[in-house]
Design a binder for this molecule. Structure first.
Ligand code: KG4
Ligand code: ZN
Length: 367
């Protein structure tokens, strides 16, 4: 089947086409093409996403991206694909309601006009399943017996809005076992980056600054600077808290003189990155042990972080766990992951009513 995915929950507008098939003993998934328009430059001066600005940009972008989803010279093929299109999928939530509604209304109009079924997708499930997506044009086969062997798994979804630990018994069966009590991991990167004057989005900015320290450490000179806390790293539950880390960065940085700020900025970035990634890795591994998981699945914008990937790669080897991570381009928000999640939702619930007028957005949709 061919699925058109649409994503507008936050500050990326994205449309994608995916082909997927279920046969008796295997799934086949082939991303066809994805286009993403990022609004980073528009929101950067505000240090975070402004919902009404995001919605306005989605309105401007969607029609254009829809026409771009296949290159111009392939327009004929595009028309053919539209004819063959089996399903339209759109992010239903969670997200910023003005932004979500733009994508949802666009999807409804398409579904109505093209007389196609429409499915609403949970953005968090889309992040969780993004590890199943390969390069565009590449058809991947997943044998059902192999997929079954990876469960139970622990899923870690870390983005600008969410930090969630899930027990994944199978695709479509999720239990939240831990979440953040305050700021999300990505939000902590964004807010501490703002404190250090490193810009938005904070994750890549902090990572880049941390590399400066790593390539030229200050050695003993940092002795008078405290290391940052790893909040709740030893707590008995699987929850997270990142607001204390943000406050610690604020107080530490405020106390420094102008020249010290310049000198120690890269050390603080290095510490922030390590503090966040240490907590994420420790809690996820603890959950894997507790639930006797066979695998760890990562998803969400923060999983683009190189250090986080390296730490998970090492620790899963030591603990003999499988590790599933998305391709870098599918870590941050994109419509291909929406189409991917739609495939599994659709084949698991083929008899649901997928008519366009059933869908409303839900800013607080839970898994
Ligand atoms: O999944 P996503 O695109 O949007 C949400 O659903 O929130 O995630 C965006 C978040 C931002 O907080 C951004 O700072 C973070 O992902 N991020 C990173 C990296 N790239 C993006 N965090 C750490 N390291 C990165 N390389
Ligand atoms: Zn996201």
């Amino acid at each position: 089947m061919i699925i058109l995915g649409i994503e507008t929950s936050c500050d990326e507008t994205s449309i994608a086409l995916l082909e997927a098939e279920k046969e008796k003993a295997a799934f086949f998934i082939q991303p066809i093409r994805s286009v993403v328009s990022s609004q980073i430059k528009i929101h950067a001066p505000y240090g975070g996403v402004v919902p009404t600005l995001a919605a306005r940009e989605h309105v401007k972008n969607l029609d254009y991206l829809f026409n771009q989803v296949l290159p111009f010279e392939q327009k004929l093929k595009f028309k053919k694909i539209i004819k063959q299109l089996d399903l339209i999928a759109v992010t239903e939530g969670p997200g910023l309601i003005p932004a979500l509604l733009v994508g949802i209304n666009f999807a409804k109009a398409l579904a109505w006009g093209l007389k196609k079924p429409l499915i609403g997708i949970n953005h968090l499930e889309a992040h969780l399943l993004s590890f199943l997506l390969g390069e565009e044009g590449q058809k991947q086969e997943f044998k059902i017996k192999d997929l079954n062997k990876m469960f139970p798994a622990i899923g870690l979804i870390v983005s600008g809005g969410h930090t969630l630990l899930l027990l994944v018994k199978k695709i479509g069966d999720y239990q939240i076992i831990g979440e953040t009590r305050d700021d999300a991991a990505g939000e902590c990167f964004d807010k501490t980056s703002r404190i250090l004057g490193l810009g938005y989005p904070g994750g890549p900015a902090i990572a880049q600054e941390a590399e400066l320290y790593q390539s030229n450490p200050l050695n003993n000179e940092i002795n008078n600077l405290p290391s940052l806390p790893r909040p709740m790293i030893n707590s008995k539950d699987f929850d997270f808290s990142f607001s204390g880390l943000k406050t610690a960065v604020l107080y530490t940085y405020q106390k420094l003189s102008k020249s010290q700020k310049r000198k120690y900025k890269s050390y603080l970035a290095y510490e922030i990155e390590n503090a966040i990634t240490d907590v994420l890795v420790e809690k996820t591994i603890k959950a894997a042990r507790t639930y006797q998981a066979k695998s760890i699945i990562l998803g969400g914008g923060v999983t683009a972080n190189k250090k986080l990937r390296e730490k998970f790669s090492q620790i899963t080897k030591v603990n003999k766990l499988n590790l599933y991570v998305p391709l870098l381009k599918y870590t941050t928000d994109n419509a291909m992951m929406v189409a991917g999640a739609a495939f599994f939702n659709f084949i698991n619930n083929p008899h649901n009513d997928y008519s366009w007028n059933n869908l409303i957005g839900n800013a607080n949709l839970i898994l």
